[in-house]
Design a protein around this ligand. Structure first.
Ligand SMILES: Cc1cc2nc3c(=O)[nH]c(=O)nc-3n(C[C@H](O)[C@H](O)[C@H](O)COP(=O)(O)O)c2cc1C
Length: 171
C-alpha cells in the first residue's frame, strides 16, 4: 500500500511528529506545497498532521480544497495542540476544521505540542500573553507564561500501531 505523511507546522512541533512517523513507517514526509494531484492519486492512505492556532488548523484550507480527492483514501489525522491539551475543546476543533466527508474516512488523534517563547513571532507571543491575562486558572496561566514542551516520541505509539494494523496485510 502507498502512504505518505503530509504536514504543516509553524515552529516545528508538527514537523517533528511527521518526521518521527515517516521514519518509523518508512513513508515519505512532505509539505502541502510539494503535494500534487498525481502524488495524491497514487496514495492509498495519508497521515495528515498540523497544529492549531486560535482554534484554526493550519491545514484547514488544504483539507477543504482537497476534500473531493480524499474521500476514497484512508486518512489518519494528527492534530498538534497545546502542550497540556484541553480535551473539552477537541470536538469543536474537529467541527470547525475538518470537512464532514472526511470524518468517515479518518482516524483522528490529538498530540500535545510545545511553545518556546523566544521563538515566537511578536503576534504569537502577544496572543499567548493575552490568553494568559484572561486565564483564571493559575496553573493554566503559568503554563501560558513559560516555555512548555510536551513533544515526545512516545506520544505517537498508539497512532503507529493503528496505521500498522491498517497497512500490514493479515497473514
Ligand atoms: C499564538 C498561539 C495560539 C495557539 N492557539 C491554540 C489553540 O487555539 N488551541 C490549541 O490547542 N493550541 C493552540 N496553540 C498551541 C499550538 O498548537 C502548539 O504550540 C503547537 O505545538 C504548535 O505546533 P507547530 O510548531 O507545528 O506549529 C497555540 C499556540 C500559539 C503560540
Amino acid at each position: 500500500m502507498n502512504g505518505i505523511v503530509l504536514y504543516k507546522s509553524r515552529y516545528g512541533a508538527s514537523r517533528q511528529y511527521a518526521d518521527w512517523i515517516g521514519g518509523d513507517l518508512r513513508l515519505p514526509v512532505i509539505a502541502p506545497e510539494r503535494m500534487d494531484e498525481k502524488l495524491l492519486a497514487a496514495c492509498d492512505f495519508l497521515l495528515i498532521g498540523a497544529s492549531v492556532y486560535n482554534g484554526e488548523l493550519l491545514l484547514k484550507d488544504w483539507l477543504e480544497e482537497n476534500e473531493h480527492r480524499l474521500s476514497n483514501k484512508k486518512l489518519f489525522l494528527f492534530i498538534v495542540c497545546a502542550p497540556t491539551p484541553d480535551v473539552g475543546k477537541h470536538h469543536q476543533i474537529i467541527l470547525d476544521n475538518i470537512p464532514r466527508s472526511i470524518w468517515d474516512v479518518a482516524d483522528i488523534v490529538f498530540l500535545p505540542g510545545r511553545w518556546i517563547l523566544r521563538d515566537l513571532s511578536l503576534t504569537d507571543s502577544r496572543t499567548l500573553e493575552q490568553k494568559a491575562r484572561t486565564e483564571s486558572d493559575p496553573v493554566k496561566r503559568d503554563a501560558l507564561s513559560q516555555d512548555n514542551d510536551a513533544v515526545k516520541k512516545k506520544n505517537i505509539d498508539g497512532l503507529l500501531r493503528t496505521v500498522r494494523s491498517f497497512a500490514t496485510p493479515a497473514e
